[in-house]
Design a protein around this ligand. Sequence first.
Ligand code: NAG
Ligand code: NAG
Ligand code: NAG
Ligand code: NAG
Ligand code: NAG
Length: 477
Amino acid sequence: MFPSVIVVLLLISLTCGENPAIQVILNNKGLQYGKHVVAGWIQEQLELITLPDISGHIDIRIFGTVDYTLTGITVTKCDFPEPSVEFFQDAPGFKTSTLGLNVAITGGWMTHYGLIHDHGSFNMAIFSVDVTSVVNLGKDSNGHLSVTSVSCDARVGDVDIQFHGGASWIIQHLVDYFKGHIRSEIEGKICPTVEESILNLECNLQAMNVSFDVNQDLTIDLALTGTPVIDASSLNLGLKGEFYSIKSHAEPPFGAQPFTMPKQQGYMLSVGLSEFTLNSASYGYYSAGLLQVSINDSMIPPSSPVHLNTSSMGPFIPQLPKLFPGLQMSLTVYARELPLFSFQPGAVELGFQGAVKAFAIQSNGTQTPLFKLNVDSKFSSKVWAADGKLKGSLKMDNFTLALVTSEIGSFKTDALETIAKMGTTLLLANLNEKLGKGVVLPRTRHAQLVNTVLEVREGFIAIFSDAQVLLADGGFI
Ligand SMILES: *[C@@H]1O[C@H](CO)[C@@H](O)[C@H](O)[C@H]1NC(C)=O
Ligand SMILES: *[C@@H]1O[C@H](CO)[C@@H](O)[C@H](O)[C@H]1NC(C)=O
Ligand SMILES: *[C@@H]1O[C@H](CO)[C@@H](O)[C@H](O)[C@H]1NC(C)=O
Ligand SMILES: *[C@@H]1O[C@H](CO)[C@@H](O)[C@H](O)[C@H]1NC(C)=O
Ligand SMILES: *[C@@H]1O[C@H](CO)[C@@H](O)[C@H](O)[C@H]1NC(C)=O
């Protein structure tokens, strides 16, 4: 019986791959913008590069073999037409075509014909170069994006070569022999070069980390959960999007629910963030015992009417100043249950079920337990993007206090609840002032998000945005 159970479990784990908690979608608008930026960059790079030497030999029927080397080849002019890039469902991946590239190059030539060495310079124009490349996007076993070349096709329309110096008049004479040879020599070098750069890209992707420490307590796993999904107008990457406690690395007792991102072709990018991502962060802190704070009077603003000492608590707990006169107090606030976020259309809701333990601080430093209260509260918040910033507001929907245990006898919690609500409301007002100012949307040195829209939907947050690449001195460096 057991083997069959194991087989069933294996099948389930194989067929029900985990749901991505983060979806990143590149729309055609983004692909075309990216292509435009990269094409501009390539155009600039082409005019800066020195090409590798080209060597070979030509068999000339009656003379025998002439060895030649073209060296110090630099591009003098490059007419680089904007390539076309499209999502390619058959691969699935991208199909890139550059049609009608013209390049003028210059360099030196050397020939060896038996013992005769000769050299000079040359100018060459390469006309109507067409390159079409199809790459496949996939996922490796570690969740990296992988890219492989599926096909590459290169055609060189024509070459025109002028030789100068040495016995160039002989060579120029043989240009008809040379031409076809050099044309196919160049043609043959294009695809291996393209494939090499794809391999290079693949190596860089393999070397990338798919998990990152966000602070000293949490790490986020951004491995791909499945192969990229490509249709005619977009590329969808599903990422794990799970936070873990660095200390415990414990898996939460809940999983990511599937969600469907709405199509928004008008934006370059869309990002969907499931409530699971936020809840895994909450679980990471909770499971590591980090959802706990100690509060003492030094943290209460001096202007507050109530202070954390036994006499100040007299109006709420009449017996306290009599039992422990003139002592400072401290509170330990912690989460009783895992705080869970819930994304509802237009709002993010958070339930917090906590407890407060109160202590009197004796003059010798000993903390004497006084009582324990349960605090149940609910918050809801609105989040939006405006002026390149992420903004929000938070409000308290419910707040109740209940006495659980007491070392100093029973007391009514109504007045305490009122004052705690007031305190929390003040804290929220403070926080809302900061949230209203907003935090700048994530950006890098080379790119920033513009025209960003954020919508809270059932179970996930959808972010739609355009991006702007900031090229420093025309380069990515
Ligand atoms: C990848 O992660 C490892 C371990 O966390 C770290 O040492 C390394 O610097 C990271 N590499 C990059 C490129 O971030
Ligand atoms: C209050 O807490 C702060 C920070 O935890 C600590 O430095 C300070 O000594 C505490 N004060 C008292 C009276 O316990
Ligand atoms: C207790 O707090 C009150 C203000 O509520 C303050 O006037 C008093 O000095 C404090 N007592 C001690 C012992 O810190
Ligand atoms: C600290 O003082 C309290 C009250 O005076 C006493 O009960 C307790 O035993 C003392 N603790 C130590 C470690 O001296
Ligand atoms: C507030 O919480 C209390 C206790 O959990 C509950 O009885 C009450 O219905 C809640 N009120 C609202 C408005 O949610």
